[in-house]
Write a new protein. Structure first.
Ligand SMILES: Nc1ncnc2c1ncn2[C@@H]1O[C@H](COP(=O)(O)OP(=O)(O)O)[C@@H](O)[C@H]1O
Ligand SMILES: CC(=O)N[C@@H](CCC(=O)OP(=O)(O)O)C(=O)O
Length: 293
């Protein structure tokens, strides 16, 4: 009897959570949410399935999700197997002709298809593409010293609108098309920011392996302003792999994205908590034009 009462309490709490989600469901109806899924955030098959389930639920309730993935650790693994040395300069992989072939094979092949398949297994309809498809992301070379590393220069997001119209979830590998037929390796955060800006997305969620941006005391900041980002970067509090994320956040909000959230992709239901509950998750950086959204 006691057990049943506890069970009832669980059901009541579940019903309350659903009921409280209504204003959030209404807010995000038909919204565009770009999700950067980093290689370190991917986890094991169960965690991948959990992520895919959240994405399918998001679409079921009216959101247009777009996944832009990374895969740095998987690229490292393959380069090591092939005996190809690799180094990073300012968070970007120095990419010669042999390396870019491996990057494309790993990102567009194994990593992209793993995510596509996970979403489809949960009942969604996902299609894998890279920035080269339909000229989605045309790039210029970032810096000759980095080889085939690209900076997004011209975005053509029409193909994504077509996919939204067909209730299809785009899963995008961060490769760009060069103007002379080259393939460019693009940092996953940079690609996600450029795609989100081209869509004027309502949210860009950058999923990583920490709970958010931490201050000097190591506490996660629930909200962070562009000025705070600039100051904390100058002071070295924001460092390493967090720099491309906060830089992406600044570029994205300047490009018209309403808000960017940096959060832990390994936490269960991270995306749902962020979008559909009052609790949110991680650190939010809001666009200046939208103080209350
Ligand atoms: N101020 C900060 N707050 C949180 N993490 C930080 C900060 N400064 C540096 N980092 C580092 O940034 C890392 C996230 O970047 P990275 O490992 O490149 O992520 P991903 O592989 O998910 O793209 C964190 O694991 C942390 O070590
Ligand atoms: C230019 C550059 O550095 N590209 C990245 C692309 C993958 C990526 O960004 O993966 P994560 O998001 O998992 O780190 C790379 O070669 O590792």
């Amino acid at each position: 009897m006691k057990k049943q009462t506890a069970m009832n309490r669980d059901w009541i709490a579940t019903a309350r959570t659903l009921s409280e989600a209504l204003p959030y469901l209404q807010r995000y109806d038909d919204a565009i949410v770009v999700i950067k899924f980093g290689g370190n955030a991917m986890g094991d098959d169960d965690e991948m399935d959990g992520f895919a389930r959240d994405i399918v639920l998001m679409q079921q309730v009216g959101v247009n999700p777009v996944i832009v993935h990374g895969g740095g650790p998987m690229i490292n693994e393959m380069l090591e197997k092939l005996g190809i040395q690799s180094e990073f300069v300012n968070g970007k992989r120095v990419t010669d002709a042999a390396t870019v072939e491996v990057v494309e094979m790993v990102l567009s092949g194994r990593v992209n298809k793993r995510i596509v398949q996970a979403i489809n297994r949960q009942g969604g309809k996902a299609v894998g593409l890279s920035g080269k498809d339909a000229n989605l992301m045309i790039c210029d070379q970032t810096n000759p010293d980095l080889g085939f590393v690209g900076t997004p220069a011209e975005m053509n997001p029409n193909v994504l609108h077509t996919l939204f119209g067909a209730d299809t979830i785009p899963v995008i590998a961060p490769l760009g098309a060069g103007r002379n037929g080259e393939t460019y390796n693009v940092n996953g955060d940079t690609a996600a920011g450029a795609i989100a800006a081209s869509l004027k997305a309502d949210r860009l969620l950058l999923l990583t392996d920490v709970a958010g941006v931490k201050n000097a005391e190591g506490d996660v900041m629930t909200e962070i302003t562009p000025d705070q980002i600039r100051q904390m970067t100058a002071e070295g509090i924001i460092a390493g792999g967090m720099i491309p994320k906060t830089e992406t956040a600044l570029v994205a909000i300047e490009g018209g994205v309403r808000a960017v959230v940096i959060l832990d992709g390994r936490a269960p239901n991270a995306c749902l908590l962020e979008l559909f509950t009052e609790h949110g998750a991680g650190s939010i950086i809001r666009g200046t034009g939208n103080p209350v959204t």
